[in-house]
Design a protein. Sequence first.
Length: 362
Amino acid sequence: MAVGARLVAYEHVPTGFEVVIGGKELCPGSPGGIWNLWWNVQLSDDPEAWDSEVRLVNEFQKNLGGLTEDQRLVRAHMAEFCRVSPLFPEAVDILCREIGAGRMVKPYKLGCEGRNLLESLGFHDGDSMREQRIHYLEEYSEALRRWLSGGAPRTPMEAKVSGFLGDVTESKEALVNDILSHLESGERSSQQVKETCEAECRRRMGGAFDTRARPLHCFDCAGGRVSEGGVPECPCAHGTLIDAGLLCTRVNEDWRSVLKEYRRFAEEYVLAYALAVNSWLEGVKAKPVTSLMRCVYVTEDIARQIPVRAHASLGEWDDYKTWLAACLLKTLKSNQRWHGVEEPIDGFPEASSGLLKRLEAR
């Protein structure tokens, strides 16, 4: 942790919040360094706005009696989660491992949420952010090369890239090779990636280019800006820019349907991981998401791997893991939804039934 910054003694922290004292970079707009850990789920700092599921999880937390500093840091890490981060869905695997281990295992920033809580404690520094950026850009490079070779997707990243691009064409190959030249140059400049992908989108969309729409929004915000240390101001920038560029290669189709593809990838993996975490809470074997619905981005192999990996990471039940897993399930279910639009998870109550059953039974 940063010198002078520390977590306030747990008995003085309101349920559903975290409090830090000292340090140089306390959360903007939060006097005293108070962070709402449910912000990325409810988008409100008012506890009265929390729904019945959040209240139930909070009540369970109260009955635990106390949390270790490591457990509090895992919960703080979860508060960063964002389904449009380039680390999604890997971020869920990281959190499952942390819940099982009872401590943080990867100092990666899991999204653009969290409001700098862990930064105030000395996590997510320049070195860890550079390591994280290199990690996911290497995954993009591998996925792009897999698509060029015509290989079947083996990972969620490869499934996303393959699904966003569709069939191989000469123009798509040209864009992919341009992106790869930037990613593999050693510099990995977000500005170069931004210019390449934005040019592709503007060329194909013309007057329809609208940066209010995801994933185009990154072209109009932090997509090209970096800190003095060369780290993108938004860790989602590189991935979001690449996603937008890949999707724009299909703009000759109905543009609204192309935008839905961006959302569909997240929704399928939200449901797949929710089913896995929920089944752990209920103590039953997980159903692979592909047994419930036709998926575009979750392949049969990936669908089978997700629950096995999640259950192995979470390990044996205990009350603390149950609470953290319930926090994760609620976060998966409700984080970053698109303005009240229905999602696949809404049609499958078995993906979140354990959120109530397990907590109410204790």
